[in-house]
Design a protein around this ligand. Structure first.
Ligand code: UDP
Ligand code: MG
Length: 151
């Protein structure tokens, strides 16, 4: 399985509810490598680009209002198969349908307050990483315990 990068964002509800550490810990414990992390309150322009694919959906303006309502914590994780694996760690979009053990399954009840975003495929991951980060913000590094992670 090839090493990949994916974009993950803790939405304003996750930040306000004090879930940042809980969520970071799940990706760290799984074994993925954090290569970028920052907190910001997104502009409307940024939020509209990020969710551009949903532009014509009825929930779009409410979603943009929500995402721009306070700080989010955005990050890039790297590792084998990280794009699909992050989506599995995150769980289904509707938190009441998300499996227990997933982030949304354990920590959320409402689709409009589902705590976290993760890229849904390779093209989306590239687009979202480029949208939220400068290339100089992506850290290339080798964990000192690398040989205990991969064969
Ligand atoms: N969303 C919503 N109402 C809906 C569908 C989606 O508020 O009926 C929000 C929800 O926060 C979701 C986001 O829009 O996480 C993006 O939707 P998508 O289908 O891409 O889900 P995701 O990729 O986040 O699981
Ligand atoms: Mg999506």
């Amino acid at each position: 399985m090839a090493s990949e990068r994916t974009f993950v964002a803790i939405k304003p509800d996750g930040v306000q509810r004090g879930l940042v550490g809980e969520i970071l810990a799940r990706f760290e414990r799984k074994g993925f490598k954090l290569i970028a992390l920052k907190q910001l309150t997104p502009s409307r322009e940024l939020a509209e680009k990020h969710y551009g694919v949903h532009r014509d959906r009825p929930f779009f303006s409410g979603l943009v209002d929500f995402i721009t309502s306070g700080p989010v914590v955005v990050m890039v994780w790297e590792g084998d198969g990280v794009i699909a694996s992050a989506r599995r760690l995150i769980g289904a979009t509707k938190p009441l349908e998300a499996e227990p053990g997933t982030i949304r399954g354990d920590l959320a009840v409402n689709i409009g307050r589902n705590v976290i975003h993760g890229s849904d495929g390779p093209d989306t991951a590239l687009f979202e990483i480029d949208l939220w980060f400068e290339s100089a913000e992506l850290n290339v590094w080798i964990p000192s315990d690398q040989r205990w992670r991969v064969e």
